[in-house]
Design a protein around this ligand. Sequence first.
Ligand code: SF4
Length: 334
Amino acid sequence: MDKNSERVGITSTIPVEIIYAAGKIPVDVNNVFIGSQNPSSLVRLAKREGFPDTTCSWICGLYGAIVEREIGTVIGVTGGDCSETIGLMEVLSLRGVNVIPFSYPYNRDASALRGEIDRLARHFGVDSKQAELQKERLDRVRVGIHRLDRLLWEEDRAFGGEVQLLQLGSSDFEGDPEAYLENVERKIGQVGARQPIPTELRLGFVGVPPIISDLYPSIERDGVRIVLSEVQRQFSLPGGGDIVEAFIRYTYPYGIFARAEDIALEIERRRIDGIIHYIQAFCFRGIEDIALRRSLKVPVLTLQGDLPSRVTETMRLRIEAFVDMLRRRKERSR
Ligand code: SF4
């Protein structure tokens, strides 16, 4: 089997246990895009092929990554992720890519999700026992990532930027769960040996992962730390359980109210002073900002990114003003 036929692209977090059980290698094309040496070139590739100017850069980047890496099979998450995925899948199929839809049930119904997972497993010739065996294998890595998350918020020994990178990779474990576990354990060793980091403000980062490369370090300075990366943490399936239970507890596909409930709990547990809500230009999730602000009891700063880039001066000023406001608010409440 050549390497191309072993790789299966995924456009969002799905039960990759099935792909591993089939002896194939999952490739989260989001991570290929954002980890590329030149993510802008992948966006340009899509634009040259006719993607409208109003298409979100993540969708363009996914397309560019799939084409550039010559990924022949892609599982597109058509329900519970991105409203633009169906269009992306249609264009990919025109190029001869084998597209497999996977859909999370909008109503978070466990039997509907089980049916969808079974359908995917049948497609790959895998049964539920084989998939659960892979879950045990992958859970060993997830447990390490959860330990790192506790070192971040409970023991104050890590920065959100370094933890979220390992959480992000838990969508596909970079195709090699054992090597990934070694990376996670190395990081736990490094972080665990540190003294607690003096922290004045504890922030949460919610929304899709940012396309802006230096956003985390631009926020985490001068006594400010990000102690929750909502979506990235969800990729590591913090709810646990068997495959169906874990993906029902996974909040990201089930709308803003499921997510807001999880965020509110974590705000309490992690003693968070304020929330950064990251949204992407032309993304329907920007509308969710309205419900999010109404659901949360701490101040929210909404930042919007567009093309792969670095923090702009305007964005830097807005972050500084938000941090100043939170500092004054905290002093007043003492
Ligand atoms: S940022 Fe929004 S529009 Fe873009 S890929 Fe993600 S969900 Fe879709």
